[in-house]
Design a protein around this ligand. Structure first.
Ligand code: CTP
Length: 405
């Protein structure tokens, strides 16, 4: 899957703290996401972890020595070509160097010549972090626009508890994503995505649901993140792993999804309504498991009533508040897809509808591909070929971002 990390040149500066072991994991995760990770180790960092560990996970040379003559002015090369520099873990000593401009090793030398954003994830004992010298250095660096991620509270190597732990690699990934996406199509935009089915309770052990797996919605959330958006994903009860960089709201019933979507949309730029919302719910829900004999007495039928139409509620909200500014719905159809899709676009007051014929080969529930036709009120916008759900998502994001412009 293409991600915002793809082919981004990231310098990972690693300084001497026991949290160095987490930096190997961070380098590995960044590489798996597609980034080109150039690791610089300080001399102290090499006491904790070897250059080989980093080379093994990044597949790239690791830099340790400012006097290494292999490349002409190596620090300038690194600094000028990077999209981002992360110093993790950052010791008190390195924070002091960064704040005063001392450039006595390859890491600090590179940092002083950077043209890209710099983020730091401190790691040190609580007392060191609270020391007035460190506090002053942190303030100075923050005032220059350097982003701090953490430190977190918790148990430290000294056995003491306090504020000084390096944050986890996944949290660092989440924090740097908006920095990498700052020039993306949806930079600074708020996007709400709904995904997966909803589930309507019959009794504590039974429910009504549908075959949605949430794949297309999650792909949309990922594509929106990659375009630099701030994403809220409202996800029905499916065992899919959401991108960890978005704000995930787990819901079960249509009513839950309605409430979460309405709330998330109060100031959203875009709503992408990919969820397969249950249209019906049992008229009476039993608090106890329904026994066979009872069911027979009740005539073996489940009385259903209509659920709320979430997009209709959003249409109303939009009329009064203007938010969300762009709304896209999906129409999963088994026949006359174009006609039904168009009807829904008008009926639900949408800007776009993404229509898919779920009976077409390679499209629909559970598979990784989809064949989508995109309509707006003026008619056909695009008929995409059969492609991966990620590619469908990227295409949709491009069209929706254009509309927002
Ligand atoms: N949708 C919604 N609230 C519902 C049902 C559907 O917001 N209670 C949204 C879906 O998320 C989708 C769009 O409306 O974006 C179309 O959903 P679909 O199930 O295809 O249409 P329905 O409105 O249920 O119409 P029909 O039953 O006629 O197919």
């Amino acid at each position: 899957m293409a991600t915002i990390f793809n082919n981004k040149r990231i310098i990972l500066g690693v300084t001497g703290s026991i949290a160095c072991y987490k930096a190997v994991d961070l380098a590995s995760k960044l590489t798996q996401k597609g980034a080109l990770v150039d690791v610089i180790l300080t001399r102290s960092a090499q006491k904790f972890v070897s250059a080989l560990a980093f080379r093994s996970v990044t597949g790239r040379p690791v830099f340790v020595d400012m006097w290494d003559e292999r490349e002409h002015v190596q620090h300038v090369n690194l600094a000028e070509t990077a999209d981002l520099m992360i110093v993790a873990p950052a010791t008190a000593n390195t924070l002091a160097k960064l704040s005063t401009g001392i450039a006595d090793n390859l890491l600090s030398l590179t940092a002083i010549g950077l043209r890209c954003p710099l983020v730091v994830a401190p790691a040190m004992d609580g007392g060191m972090y609270a020391h007035p010298a460190t506090v002053a250095n942190v303030e100075t660096l923050q005032s220059r626009g350097i982003r701090f991620i953490g430190p977190a509270e918790g148990r430290m190597a000294s056995g003491l508890t306090g504020k000084g732990r390096m944050v986890e690699p996944l949290d660092i990934l989440a924090a740097v994503r908006p920095i990498l996406g700052r020039d993306g199509l949806l930079a600074g935009r708020k996007v709400v995505v709904t995904a997966g089915p909803t589930r309507e309770k019959i009794d504590p052990v039974r429910f009504i649901t549908n075959r949605s797996t949430g794949k297309q919605g999650v792909a949309l959330a990922q594509a929106a993140l990659d375009a630099g958006a701030d994403v809220t994903l409202i996800l029905g009860p499916v065992p899919i792993e959401p991108p960890n960089e978005c704000n995930v709201v787990r819901v079960t019933s249509t009513l839950d999804m309605h409430d979460a979507t309405v709330e998330a949309c109060t100031s959203a730029d875009i709503l992408l309504m990919a969820a397969a919302v249950s249209d019906f719910t049992p008229a009476t829900k039993s608090d106890q498991k329904i026994k066979k004999t009872q069911a027979e007495e009740w005539g073996m039928a489940i009385g259903l009533e209509r659920t709320l139409d979430i997009l209709k509620a959003i249409q109303k909200q939009r009329k009064s508040s203007g938010f969300p500014r762009v709304v896209l719905g999906f129409a999963a159809e088994t026949q006359d897809a174009f006609k039904y899709g168009r009807d829904k676009l008008i009926r639900k007051g949408l800007d776009f509808i993404a229509i898919n014929d779920v009976t077409a080969p390679g499209a629909g529930f559970g598979v990784n591909t989809n064949r989508v036709t995109l309509l707006d009120a003026d008619g056909l916008v695009a008929k995409f070929p059969l492609q991966s759900k990620s590619e469908v998502a990227e295409q949709i994001i491009i069209r929706v971002a254009e509309e927002l412009e």
